[in-house]
Structures are given as structure tokens and as C-alpha cells.
Design a protein around this ligand. Sequence first.
Ligand code: CU
Length: 236
Amino acid sequence: MGDPSGGEDGTGKYPDGTPIERLLPLKDRPCPPEKDLLHPGYPNFINGEYGERPLQPPLGILDKNGNNVIYPTLLEAANFVPNFAPGALYSETCPCKCRGKVKVFELAVVQADIVYNRYGWHDLQGRFFVLKEDIERHGILENYLEKVNCGKIRPEPLVIRANAGDCVEIRLTNLLPEFIEESPFQMKTLTDIIGFHIHLVKFDTIVSDGAANGWNNIAGARKYETLIGAFTQTRS
Ligand SMILES: [Cu+2]
């Protein structure tokens, strides 16, 4: 049965039954392998149910003790690239084959009362990215948040910089409350999974996109989990 919203429902057909044509690589690129049971083509190797929330990426989520949370199915693993790594399972994003030299950034998302200007405009439930080492400099998370709340620390927008050709791994830990509470500006809202979406770098869109587009995994961390994303700053 077709998807009434008109999206790809995994049947390979448009809602009116017309088969969706194969996507072919450009002429100077190698063709993908022929379809077989273990290589049914995207999205059919992705673990998920049509109409359900997408699953988080295999090998890309760590629990608070640093253990992998999601193991790949046989079908997923059969479609990994030879040099797969967490955050880069289906396309090889790090061309230098020097995994040991990957730059790792450890980030967290936290919530505190953040002030936006000198008039004191502020958001009691301000959410922002911070380097984990900046939190650790103040001991435990509560100490850090307390210093933000009382104005001793003024958080700034976080920017990741990398040189052309660098391979970057970002480990993002969700240290947020699971809800944004009701306020004069919004309803109480479940915010139980967080990620980040980036542009202008090379990455595996299925597992490191930060969003849940179509059949892709939802590249996000639940409370206390860490999401691993892999990116390459391309040479322009
Ligand atoms: Cu985008």
C-alpha cells in the first residue's frame, strides 16, 4: 500500500503505484553492486518500521558508561563500507585512512539560565553546546550550571574549526532535562533526544545527519547518552 503522504514507504513505488526509477551514479563513478538478499538497496537495509519513529544509528550511541547501545542487524552490517567507523557506516567519510589521527571533540548539551544582552533578557531554560572540558574545569555539571545561573560564566556560541582534509569525530552527550517546562512562551514539550545538523563537510547522511530524514537513522542522543558523528572537512 502506498504512503498517503506521498513519501517513500519502502515499497519502491509512488503512491499511484508507479515504480520509483533507479538512481544511477554519474558515468565516471563505479556502479553499486547488483541487488541481492543482503544488498536490497537503500532504504531496505535500514532497520526500522514504516510509520514508526526511526531508530538511532548502530555503533553510534554510547550509554553513560561508554558502552555501545545499538548493534547492527546482519542486513545493516552487510551494507557497511569496508573501513566503517562509528558515525560513518555506509560511506567512507575519512579519506586519509588514518583513524588514529582523527580530531575528537567532546561536547555536551546543557540547560541553564542564559542572559542574552546587557538589559538582562534571559532564558531560564536556555540550552547550549559546551565543550566537556569546560564543564570539567568547574568540577561536576551542577557546579558549572550554578556558575552560569549566577552569571559567573557567560556561555558563548560554540564553533568547531578544522583544517581542510581533517577528519573530525564529534561526541555529543545529552545532559538536558527530558522536557522543556511550560512557560509564558510555550507548552511543556518532550525533548528527549538531541543532535546537531551540520553543513559544508562530508559525512554519512544515514547515520551522522543529526536529523531523522526519511529512512535515515535518527542521529541523536537520549538522556545521558553520547552520539558519535564523523565528518571530513573537504578541500575546496
Ligand atoms: Cu541541512
